[in-house]
Design a protein around this ligand. Sequence first.
Ligand code: BG6
Length: 489
Amino acid sequence: MKNKTIYKPCDLVIYGALGDLTRRKLLISLYRLENANLIEPDTRIIGVDRHAHDNAQFTEIAYKSLKEFLHDKLNDEVWQRFSARLSYLQIDLTQLDQYAKLHGALDTKTRVTVNYFAVAPFLFSNICQGLAHSRVLTEESRMVMEKPIGHDLQSSKVINDEVAKVFSEKQVFRIDHYLGKETVLNLLALRFANSIFTTNWNHNTIDHIQITVGEEIGIEGRWEYFDKTGQLRDMLQNHLLQILTFIAMEPPVNLEAKNIHAEKIKVLEALRPITRYNVDERTVRGQYTSGYLKGKAVPGYLEEEGANIESTTETFVAMRVDIDNWRWAGVPFYLRTGKRMMGKRTEIVIYFRQLPHNIFQDSFQSLPPNKLIIHLQPNEGVEVEMLNKIPGIDGHIKLQKTKLDLSFSETFEKNRIFGGYEKLILEALRGDPTLFLSREEIEQAWTWVDSIQDAWQQSGETPKSYPAGTWGPVASVALIARDGRAWEE
Ligand code: BG6
């Protein structure tokens, strides 16, 4: 990973400048980068969309978005600097000849053009063709895109093929915003810079691993999109598998993108397939019904606005995953993710093996295992759960569980990354592909997920229901209990 604070000035072109993603995430993240003095001084931000606006109107929209979605107070001086970078171009993205307008707006001699596709994937091919047609791309140009990159292997290949007609693989930056989160990045440091973990990170010492990504929110007005997608494709195919690859990969030779990508792909290749023969015991699908969240009544999935009451799309998925390689043989990874869970909680729990013999029977019949708990959100941090003697002079050795706590939100308050986008946008401007996904990774992940999706379809089972505000269907408790284990609560 290059550690450059100085990089070549860029023209960051955002296609879909008036859309939700730009207003809620991109502008907010760019402003925060500005606030942290991380945007190169000559870099410009050019918003592209089909509506007839001028620069002043776009600047006004950006200002309103910041007021609405930035949780901190807007700083006048930072805003002055930031707004001076903004401009707007009206282009109907489906009209090839309109891309010629980019000539007047871009400066490809002294700046690198970074094309951010913040639009629905059906427009990706139009933009690529438009850019090729108007001949504004150079070898230095980059493109940034994010999920959904297809809904299965086949459709993701179609998107990647279209993009590959215009951009070479090294020019393509595919975002998974979880890779910009502080704690995901910290997994590399934790694993490969600390000998206590490096030497114990395998089947000899680890019993099993749990990854939970629980969301409090429901469908948030995007029922139609979500219903075609489901939680497996929306969250597990990308975010949870990315976390899993960071936990499971072998040490890369160094931090260069190609070496990290190569190790992640090996993990994805080693995932034991889930097929119709084992899908029932390996996975649980759920769909939320109405319930209570923090004391407030919330509707079920089939009662959300725009819902089709016959939908069998899953809003929750739990599964046991096995990695068939030397390091992880016999160590199950339990993954679960769902909408309308009891709380927003993203965490990884590494359970170490229990000791073979217990000399502290007075305190515990069976010694609880050490746990390494990595909190991704809402409060980033790492905890190690250990056993310790309760201080006292009465002659008895009594043990208690204690936690060594490294909380990032307190320790690194000033330097923390917010939602992941800041880090990734900055890396795209710098041109460092380490935290982005390669085509091979995405295709490998789809291959594995497609098999699960097919198996579900063949089994014909409908999702199990769970009330909103819980941790999912009872069947997910049974999934892990069958192996004599329990979810971390
Ligand atoms: C997105 C999914 O990729 O991630 C959403 O499409 C989900 O459905 C979101 O809510 C969760 O992101 P975060 O950063 O809030 O955990």
